[in-house]
Design a protein around this ligand. Structure first.
Ligand code: FES
Ligand code: FES
Length: 208
């Protein structure tokens, strides 16, 4: 889908996602404070490897996303229906009660999971997510558990989720994602308007 072509450019990405039935992202505050609406934006800077950035979809007008690729929580689980490691860790550690904040935490941890150069879990990864009922200890435990598992079993990490890895797709290990559960576009445009990353306080992150 090319968002701006089919919808009014001032409509927020969150409103758009929910209007097309992708209701995993939630509206909490509607003003960039709670992270319940977080999604992953694929960033392809010239000369750099692609990265996943957690962004608040309530603050993103569709007009700023022409040519950009966005990953919503519906596209996080594996194609066979099994949970992604960050989802599994949240479930195992009891990191969700009412669940309203959970998709946002999943997306923040999803981006952290694939952060290039990561050696451990960065607490700043979820600094933009609020939870009103679970408490943060189980969520942080889940993040640590995910990091430990990853380095035990996957010495060569993918920069991107395996299903989106063009190398794997080209050699047939995985199919390229249909992006049916997310919002897909052809390629990033260098001239596309930039957007602000959700956790802009993270020191090493590029700020938008
Ligand atoms: Fe709270 Fe978007 S709804 S940050
Ligand atoms: Fe209820 Fe986080 S699980 S707000």
């Amino acid at each position: 889908l090319t968002c701006a072509r089919d919808h009014e450019p001032h409509v927020s990405l969150l409103a758009y996602l929910r209007a097309v039935g992708l209701t995993g992202a939630k509206e909490g505050c509607g003003e960039g404070e709670c992270g319940a609406c977080a999604v992953a934006l694929v960033s392809r800077e010239p000369g750099q490897r692609a990265r996943l950035l957690a962004v608040n979809s309530c603050l993103l007008p569709l007009g700023a996303l022409e040519g950009r690729t966005v990953w919503s929580v519906e596209g996080v689980a594996n194609s066979d229906g099994s949970l992604h490691p960050v989802q599994r860790a949240l479930a195992e550690r009891g990191g969700s009660q009412c669940g309203y904040c959970t998709p946002g935490f999943v997306m923040s941890l999803f981006c952290e999971y694939y952060r290039d150069g990561r050696t451990e879990y960065d607490p700043e990864a979820i600094s933009g997510n609020l939870c009103r009922c679970t408490g943060y200890r189980p969520i942080i435990d889940a993040a640590r558990l995910t990091a430990r598992r990853m380095f035990m079993w996957v010495p060569q990490r993918h920069l991107m989720p395996p299903s989106a890895c063009l190398i794997c797709a080209s050699v047939g290990f995985f199919q390229a994602p249909p992006f049916a559960a997310g919002v897909a576009s052809e390629s990033a445009s260098a001239s596309a308007p930039q957007v602000r990353e959700k956790n802009s306080s993270r020191p090493e992150a590029t700020r938008y």
